[in-house]
Design a protein around this ligand. Structure first.
Ligand code: PLP
Length: 386
């Protein structure tokens, strides 16, 4: 008998929406180089500009404020590299502030920044994953060039008050970036209300294929290209346009605008049902992240006396796909740094599972997990030598 597949790893990546897949297929006929002046080129270019407008709409931006990139990581790296522009570090501004729970595509650049004379400060978070505003306030000064705070965390789903943070950052005369890769499609994004100068997006978290991202650059915000050698994207990102990826990003963004609100309500209900079902049947657990300021689909649960990798493998044998932390950290046996920073001890962090629900999660999926998980935990606890 074929086992059922229950995909609850939507924070790692989402399946491609069949409607987006249709756009992908259709885009293959638009093979002209969008920079070419002939008809095939112009046809492709028109679709790219349409997708740009749709992507901009999703975050209340102007189309010219959107630059398409290869992924969320590229968008983040591009912003961090702005710290090498004299127009950003003018007046002796040589400090970069981020947080202890950012994605590696932000924090793994710290060493390079430090080596090149940039002071790096990382702000801590409380046990719910909210950044310590007092610490941020203290760190912000006339030396601060740029601040980067993620809008929603990939592992625990905690949402930050980006509008409030932007105000503080601008009061200090610095620039504000947010990594909204995990926020897009899950909470409403309004770059004007949030007051950010830069914002990163990724297609494969919103039901488009992998290999497409976007960067919002506020009109007038300092910018220098990360990829050089072409006039594409108004000379802001070189490289022949990824017509297929860009069109997919536009279609996926349009769906978020049209369906996002109803979808997140439905997903939040399913997530709450899952959480309650697990709480009712499994004792000695801890739900990580913020109880209310949390994106709809995410629940990160620590199981005392059971090991995360084992839970994951047993669930996988039942057809249930989850994660023990950030997908990007797979392969490393280090406990999740996000959980550690929120005060979950190493042992408990090792026993944590992230369930991330999405567009295609059904009630039956949730009931299936509620049925299959408790005996697995029970068995592992019995075997545990912890
Ligand atoms: N930022 C966050 C918060 C993420 O969760 C991820 C991916 O997991 C990224 C950035 C990187 O996005 P991409 O996979 O498109 O490079």
């Amino acid at each position: 008998m074929a086992i059922r597949t229950v995909y609850m790893d939507n924070n790692a990546t989402t399946p491609v929406d069949p409607r987006v897949a249709k756009v992908v297929t259709d885009s293959l006929d638009l093979y002209g180089n969008p920079s070419s002046m002939h008809t095939l080129g112009r046809d492709a270019h028109r679709e790219i500009e349409r997708a740009r407008a749709l992507t901009a709409d999703m975050i209340q931006a102007q189309p010219r404020e959107i630059v398409f990139t290869g992924c969320g990581s590229e968008s983040n790296n591009t912003v961090i590299n702005l710290l090498f522009l004299p127009k950003v570090t003018d007046g002796g501004r040589n400090k970069f502030i981020s947080t202890v729970i950012e994605h590696p595509s932000i924090y793994e650049l710290d060493e390079m920044l430090t080596q090149r004379g940039i002071e790096v400060v990382r702000i801590g978070v409380d046990e719910l994953g909210k950044i310590r505003m007092g610490e941020l306030k203290k760190a912000l000064d006339e030396k601060t060039a740029l601040v980067s705070v993620m809008a929603a965390n990939n592992e625990i789903g905690t949402i930050q008050d980006i509008a409030g943070i932007s105000t503080m950052v601008h009061d200090a005369g610095a620039l504000m970036h947010t990594d909204a890769v995990q926020a897009a499609g899950k909470i409403e994004i309004d770059v004007r209300k949030w007051g950010v100068d830069y914002l990163s997006l990724s297609g494969h978290k919103i039901y488009a294929p992998k290999g497409i991202g976007a960067l919002y650059i506020r009109e007038g915000a300092p910018f220098g290209p990360f990829l050089l050698g072409g006039h594409q994207e108004d000379a802001r990102r070189a490289g022949t346009y990824n017509t297929t990826g860009i069109m997919a990003m536009g279609a996926a963004s349009e769906m978020v605008c049209r369906e996002g609100r109803a979808e997140t309500q439905r997903i939040a209900r399913l997530r709450d049902r899952l959480e309650q079902g697990i709480k009712d049947r499994v004792d000695r657990i801890r739900v990580n992240g913020h109880p209310t300021d949390r994106v709809a689909g995410t629940t990160n649960i620590s199981f005392y006396g059971a090991e995360g990798e084992s839970i994951l493998l047993y669930l996988d044998m039942e057809g249930i796909q989850v994660s023990t932390g950030s997908a990007c950290a797979t392969g490393s046996l280090e406990p999740s740094y996000v959980l550690m920073e929120t005060g979950v001890g190493a042992e408990l962090a090792h026993g944590s599972i992230r369930f991330s629900l999405g567009r295609y999660t059904t009630e039956e999926d949730v009931e299936y997990v509620i049925e299959k998980l408790p005996p697995i935990i029970e068995r592992l606890r019995r075997m545990s030598t912890l």
